[in-house]
Design a protein around this ligand. Sequence first.
Ligand SMILES: Nc1ncnc2c1ncn2[C@@H]1O[C@H](COP(=O)(O)OP(=O)(O)O)[C@@H](O)[C@H]1O
Ligand SMILES: [Mg+2]
Length: 327
Amino acid sequence: MSLLTLKDIKVEFKTRDGIVQPLNGVSFELEAGEILGLVGETGSGKSVTAQAVMGLLPFLDGRVSSGEISFMGRDMLSLSEPEYQQLRGNQISLISQNPMTSLDPVYRVGHQIVEGLQLHTDLSREQARERAVNVMSSLGIPNSEKVFHQFPHQLSGGLKQRIVIAMGLCADPRLLIADEPTTALDVTVQAQIVELFRQTVEKMDLGLIMITHDLGVIANLCDRVAVMYAGNLVEIGDVKSVFARPGHPYTKALLNCIPVLNMEADSLKAIPGNVPSVRTYPKGCRYHPRCPDAGPLCRKIPPEIIRTDPGSRVLCHQFSPQWRKTL
Ligand SMILES: Nc1ncnc2c1ncn2[C@@H]1O[C@H](COP(=O)(O)OP(=O)(O)O)[C@@H](O)[C@H]1O
Ligand SMILES: [Mg+2]
């Protein structure tokens, strides 16, 4: 049994201008001890996928409108909010993109890490304190003892982000979702943190979903990669095979954008054209206006996900039997 399974998840948000549907049938599985990278341009639905798994959509005027999410065999969509609350921060933990959503401005940061630790472990206050300071040091936080006693507003953005990562790692979850956790940090610190994620997954046998813009992080850290575009998961597979033989034209374009030298977070912008807005998704394949290989079929009919290698799936007409007939 997989740790986490998403089957054909669709999401709706109510907005002042009507309903938007940022996820259009997302499916994947994650095993314990596995790291899945989730990549795609801004607005493709990565954070919404995380929010769906974490049960946070109701707080955002959203909902999963169809599909299934199961976690350790439990049907997550039938949980009540109190039941979900029991899982959040405990069995499932989110390291959010914006550190201030996870930090409480009125408490010292050390207190917040220790609170979390004591909630989920049998550690004494002193042991929890020690573990927190250790995790902080291994995240490259200088003067951990001093930072431990500071308030969030006294810390730089980069330090705040590392405190949030420490909280996520200390919660000892079965499933951890990290939403662009290292984007605000410099390259050396990033490398340290990536290493700590790897060790934590190995030691605790947890499942990790790493949402990132950084294909270098995907290559170094992840076992499998899922590529999202405009609310669809367009390709999923083993990192090695996907990087060596990308199937989807969008994945190919992403990989072509890796700059040779130092990469910046928004290097993905280099693909010609823009991500369509959630209100104006094109008919047919959502990628067709930007796709160099698009044919008549792509402009009319949305593709279906097709298994290519044993472990790989691609959402592209080029892999379907109809494709050859239209050439
Ligand atoms: N609370 C919300 N209400 C309405 N639309 C939203 C909300 N959150 C996200 N969206 C829309 O859903 C789409 C996917 O967003 P998101 O998952 O945040 O993208 P990203 O891949 O950059 O994380 C975007 O078009 C975004 O505008
Ligand atoms: Mg996001």
